[in-house]
Design a protein around this ligand. Structure first.
Ligand SMILES: Nc1nc2c(c(=O)[nH]1)N[C@H]1C(S)=C(S)[C@@H](COP(=O)(O)O)O[C@H]1N2
Ligand SMILES: [Mo]
Length: 413
C-alpha cells in the first residue's frame, strides 16, 4: 500500500515536470525547469531501513523490460530479441542480449571444457579454460547481429523496434586474440580457412577465411565485465567483429585449420542469400550499415505536441559509424544527429536529435553512413538489388509513422 502511494506520487512528479518540459520552447530551458522543481521529492520508506547488501544484484522490481521470445515449434531451436526500444546508451545488458540457439543452451562445466586446435597446424593443442585465462587478454566493444535481424521487413513488417531489429546486441567482449593462438600452433602452408565447432547438440560449424582469423577475431570468455552468459556461449565463444552472428560460434570446443571452406549446413542450406534470378550468394559475411530509431518507435505513444528527443542505434560491420541522418519529411531533407562519443568501430552507436512535434501525422526515418562512405539504402533500393526471395542481410531504412493521436506504427505495416 505504502509502495503504491509512493509510486503514484513519483508518477505525478514525473508528469508535472514533464508538462513544464513540454511547455518550454527550448530543450535546455525545459531540462533546467525540471531540475529546479519546488515540490518535495518522494522519500523512499522514511524511517524504515532498506534491505542489506546482496551477493549478486537484481534490477529494480519496478523494471519490466524483457527479451521477446520468438514463437517456435521447437523452442530449443529458437530466438529471443533485445528490447532495443527500452535501452539507453550503447551497451546491451547481458540479461537482455538477444539469443539465437539452434539446439538449446548446453550446460558446460568450465573445468571440464576443452578447446582443441588442430588440422593444418604444426603443433596441435588442447587447452583448458585455466590455460586460456593465462594468455594475453584484450577487451573490445562490438555488436553481434544475426543476419536474420530485420529480415521481417522484407515481407512481414513488425510493429516495434524489438520485433524488427532486436536481434542485435552490443557488449564489451574480453578474451584472447585468435591470431595469437594461431601463431602458437603454427599454421601450415596452404591453410586458407578455419572451421569453428560448438559444443551444443547441433555441433554448429562455420568456416571462416584465414585473413579474418588472423585479423580481429577474439576467443571470448568475458561479456560486460563478467563471464559470458550461458545463453551467449559460456564458457567460450568466437567474436568475429562485424560478421554475421552465425559465425560467432558459441560454446566453442574446436578450431580446425583447413585448406577450403567446409560447406557446413549453416553456410549452404542456411545463411545464403537467394537472389531474384534464383542464384544464391554465399559467404556474405559482413553486416552492412544499419540504423533504427528506438524512440519514438512502433508501440510507443507521444504525449501531445512538443519537444521530444529522437534517439536510436546505428552500426556497421565495416568500422565506425561516420554519421546518422534523420528525415522528418519523408526523405526530402536530412538532419545530422548527434552521435554518442566515444564511438567504437564495429559497435552500436547511439544517436540523438531534439525534435519538435507539431501534432500532425509525420514519418521519422534514420540512415547510417559508415566510415567507408557507404550509405544505408532505402527499402526500395535494397529490394531493387536483392529482390524478395531472401531472409538475410536486410538493412533498409526503417520508417516509423506517428499518427495524430501520438501513436507510432511501422510505416510499411
Ligand atoms: N554453437 C552455436 N553457436 C552459435 C549458434 C548456435 O546455435 N550454436 N547460433 C549462432 C547464431 S545464428 C547467432 S545470430 C549468434 C547469436 O549469438 P547470441 O545468442 O549470443 O546473441 O550465435 C551464433 N553461434
Ligand atoms: Mo543468426
Amino acid at each position: 500500500m505504502k509502495d503504491r502511494v509512493q509510486s503514484n506520487q513519483s508518477e505525478s512528479f514525473r508528469r508535472s515536470s514533464r508538462r513544464r518540459f513540454l511547455k518550454s520552447s527550448a530543450v535546455l530551458a525545459g531540462v533546467a525547469s525540471a531540475c529546479s522543481d519546488s515540490q518535495t521529492v518522494v522519500d523512499p520508506n522514511p524511517g524504515t531501513l532498506g534491505v542489506p547488501a546482496s551477493a549478486y544484484g537484481q534490477r529494480s522490481e519496478f523494471e519490466t523490460s524483457v527479451r521477446q521470445i520468438t514463437p517456435s515449434a521447437t523452442p530449443e531451436a529458437g530466438a529471443s530479441r533485445t528490447p532495443l526500444d527500452d535501452s539507453f546508451g550503447v551497451v546491451t545488458p547481458s540479461a537482455l542480449h538477444f539469443e539465437r540457439h539452434h539446439a538449446g543452451v548446453p550446460r558446460i562445466d568450465p573445468t571440464q571444457h576443452r578447446l582443441l586446435i588442430h588440422g593444418m597446424v604444426e603443433r596441435p593443442l588442447i587447452l583448458t579454460m585455466e590455460e586460456i585465462f593465462r594468455l594475453p587478454q584484450v577487451s573490445r566493444i562490438h555488436f553481434i547481429e544475426c543476419s536474420g535481424n530485420s529480415g521481417s521487413e522484407w515481407s512481414n513488417p513488425r510493429p516495434n523496434a524489438q520485433g524488427s531489429h532486436g536481434m542485435v546486441g552490443g557488449s564489451e567482449w574480453t578474451g584472447v586474440p585468435l591470431s595469437l593462438l594461431l601463431s602458437e600452433v603454427g599454421v601450415q602452408n596452404g591453410a586458407r580457412w578455419i572451421v569453428g565447432e560448438g559444443a551444443d547438440a547441433c555441433r554448429m560449424h562455420r568456416s571462416i577465411p584465414m585473413e579474418k582469423a588472423i585479423d580481429d577475431i577474439i576467443l571470448a570468455y568475458g561479456q560486460n565485465g563478467e563471464a559470458i552468459r550461458p545463453e551467449q556461449g559460456y564458457p567460450l565463444r568466437l567474436v568475429v567483429p562485424g560478421w554475421e552472428g552465425n559465425t560467432h560460434i558459441k560454446w566453442l570446443r574446436r578450431l580446425m585449420v583447413v585448406d577450403q571452406a567446409y560447406m557446413a549446413r549453416d553456410e549452404t542450406s542456411k545463411y545464403t542469400d537467394l537472389m531474384p534470378d534464383g542464384t544464391a550468394r554465399q559467404f556474405t559475411f559482413t553486416m552492412e550499415a544499419k540504423s533504427v530509431i528506438t524512440f519514438p518507435a512502433g508501440g510507443k505513444r507521444l504525449d501531445g505536441p512538443g519537444i521530444y528527443q529522437i534517439s536510436g542505434l546505428a552500426w556497421s560491420g565495416r568500422g565506425l559509424v561516420e554519421s546518422v541522418e534523420i528525415s522528418t519529411d519523408g526523405g526530402r531533407s536530412w538532419l545530422e544527429a548527434q552521435l554518442q562519443e566515444p564511438r567504437h568501430p564495429i559497435a552500436l552507436t547511439r544517436f540523438r536529435l531534439p525534435w519538435e512535434w507539431d501534432g500532425q501525422e509525420v514519418t521519422l526515418q534514420s540512415r547510417c553512413i559508415d566510415e567507408t562512405g557507404y550509405i544505408q539504402p532505402s527499402r526500395e533500393q535494397l529490394i531493387e538489388v536483392r529482390g524478395l526471395n531472401t531472409r538475410y542481410h536486410y538493412n533498409g531504412i526503417m520508417i516509423w509513422k506517428i499518427l495524430a493521436d501520438g501513436s507510432v506504427e511501422n510505416a510499411y505495416a
